[in-house]
Design a protein around this ligand. Structure first.
Ligand code: PHE
Length: 348
């Protein structure tokens, strides 16, 4: 009986439940205590004294239990079964992954310059990833050595074959086919290459692409924009310099270096003692790209809008992993994908 009452008492969570419990055990008309009393009256005479004493003890303990409970109920809202004086369990709130953090930071710099965000599919056609970007049919990037292609498409025309996009540049084409100039867009996203993983390469990585198209866009606009962006990302004392380079979809093309943020350009291990770090590719949009865009626009029943006689533009593309590694001094790209909390917690 005692344990039955104690179990009842433990299950009580509200004042109303406590009152219901009191009625159940001590109620004047149908309380269990009355019933038990009646049963005990039938006990044999020689045992009655003993049974009566035990009954009284039990009755007192029920009374005391109810009274004590009523007191705590009215004193403070106690959550039963929990010791409120124990220290709590610390719950880790989630944090933005360091790569996404850097990606959003880059995008934000360009948003402040009036660029807006566009995205596109990771499974892309040869047309958008290569053909419209002026890659010749036998360009090495089209080789499966470099590009992850979707299997069993030999029956399709070459331009319709699907692959994992190797850069975010196909979204330049998609956006220009869909929209007229002026355009100022940034394209963050995942890209895929058939590369072996090592300390600086991952078969899946991230880029932020930029495209600005209007009348009278010049190489000076490109230089000024990227110089500003690099200062915003790495600090206002960082310098930029531009070297001739080649991409099929830009002419002229350039590679951009920044003065080494680790040694302020003096020369250290990180910049191989040159004082400079190569960071991104860029250039003026090749007229052949505008021609492919207008050809596609006409095929889709839209008006041509990218006549290179009036329209010029610049484009750039940068690797997010590389920038995050330089920002934080990370030497192995694999840390980003390891899911190792000891690494990730440093960015909380
Ligand atoms: N798409 C190029 C790459 O992945 C980068 C780039 C983008 C270069 C835009 C020039 C202009 O390497």
């Amino acid at each position: 009986l005692t344990s039955a009452f104690e179990a009842d008492l433990r299950a009580v969570t509200t004042k109303d439940e406590l009152e219901a419990l009191r009625v159940k055990w001590m109620g004047r008309k149908q309380g269990l205590m009355n019933e038990i009393g009646e049963v005990l009256k039938a006990a044999p005479a020689e045992a009655r004294r003993d049974v009566g004493m035990q009954f009284n003890t039990f009755k007192k303990s029920v009374d005391a239990g109810l009274a004590a409970e009523l007191k705590t109920e009215t004193a403070a809202p106690v959550v039963r079964g929990i010791d409120m004086t124990l220290p709590g369990t610390a719950h880790q709130p989630g944090i933005e992954h360091p790569l996404l953090k850097t990606m959003h930071e880059i995008v934000r710099v360009f948003h402040h310059l009036g660029f807006s965000t566009e995205t596109g599919p990771q499974v892309e056609s040869d047309f958008y990833n290569f053909e419209a970007l002026n890659f010749p049919p036998n360009h090495p990037a089209r080789d499966t050595q470099d590009t992850l292609v979707i299997a069993a498409q030999q029956g399709r025309p070459s331009r319709d074959r699907l692959l994992m996009r190797t850069h975010t540049s196909p979204v330049q084409i998609r956006t220009m086919v869909a929209q007229q100039p002026p355009l100022r867009i940034v394209i963050p996203g995942k890209v895929h290459r058939n590369d072996a993983a090592d300390a600086t390469h991952s078969p899946i990585f991230h880029q932020v692409e930029g495209l600005c198209v209007d009348t009278n866009i010049t190489f000076s606009d490109l230089k000024g924009t990227l110089d500003h962006a690099m200062k915003a990302l790495f600090g206002s004392s960082v310098k930029t310099r531009f070297f001739p380079s080649f991409f099929p979809f830009t002419e002229p093309s350039a590679d951009v270096q920044i003065s080494c943020p680790f040694c302020a350009g003096k020369g250290c291990r990180k910049c191989k003692h040159s004082g400079w770090i190569e960071l991104l590719g860029c250039g003026m949009v090749d007229p052949a790209v505008f021609a492919s865009v207008d050809e596609r626009r006409l095929a889709e029943g839209k008006a041509a809008a990218y006549d290179p006689a009036h329209i010029t533009g610049f484009a750039f593309g940068m690797g997010v992993e590389r920038i995050a590694m330089i920002q934080h001094g990370i030497s192995d790209i694999g840390h980003f994908y390891s899911g190792d909390m000891r690494f990730l917690e440093q960015f909380a």
